[in-house]
Design a protein around this ligand. Structure first.
Ligand code: HEM
Length: 158
């Protein structure tokens, strides 16, 4: 029963991270952004990335927490695993680490630089280049989460 709950949380967080990224970056923004060249603090990408970045980061924290908890809960079952299981697990962790640090940079560096523009009006110049970087890096994190998801399903059936 515990395993079912942990994997449910793991899959829910994976669904939120990937689902929200695909919707925002591949469905919403291409439709609403008329002129991606001149983004400013009133463009849709400014508001949506302000929500997407922390959502993906929080989901990644939940994935790491539930994944580690699953391993701790099942530590005695890990002696009987087939050879190669941890090779696959290691490759999955590389993609998880890539997605985690990319998401952390987008959420806590690029996003923060262009928030509270009333207090820091000089940062208005950063809005367009930062949004461009945030969209590019969020797409990269999205692909890394997608590959980690594939490797997770492979692991569970290894
Ligand atoms: C981007 C982050 C991640 C994604 C998208 C992801 C996705 C998945 C998926 C889809 C499964 C298959 C569940 C099933 O079909 O039963 C899975 C299983 C698993 N994940 Fe993750 N995961 C992520 C991060 C992590 C992390 C950080 C850890 C551990 C530190 C972890 C440990 C595990 C373990 C132990 C399993 C179970 C494998 C088994 O049943 O043998 N995952 N993951």
């Amino acid at each position: 029963m515990t395993n079912v709950i942990i994997i449910f949380i793991h899959l829910l967080a994976a669904g939120v991270a990937l689902g929200s990224s695909i919707y925002c970056l591949k469905v919403y923004l291409p439709v609403v952004e008329k002129n991606p060249g001149d983004r400013d603090e009133n463009s849709p990408s400014y508001k949506i990335l302000d929500l997407l970045a922390p959502t993906v980061f929080a989901s990644l924290l939940m994935l790491i927490g539930s994944g580690v908890y699953y391993l701790l809960e099942n530590y005695s079952a890990q002696v009987g695993l087939k050879p190669g299981y941890y090779n696959l697990f290691g490759i999955k962790m590389l993609f998880v680490a890539g997605a985690f640090f990319t998401s952390m940079y987008v959420t806590f560096s690029l996003r923060i630089q262009i928030s509270d523009l009333d207090l820091n009006p000089a940062n208005k110049d950063l809005v367009s280049p930062n949004l461009k970087k945030m969209i590019g890096l969020s797409k990269m994190a999205m692909w890394m989460v997608a590959i980690a998801l594939f490797l997770g399903i492979w692991l569970a059936r290894f």
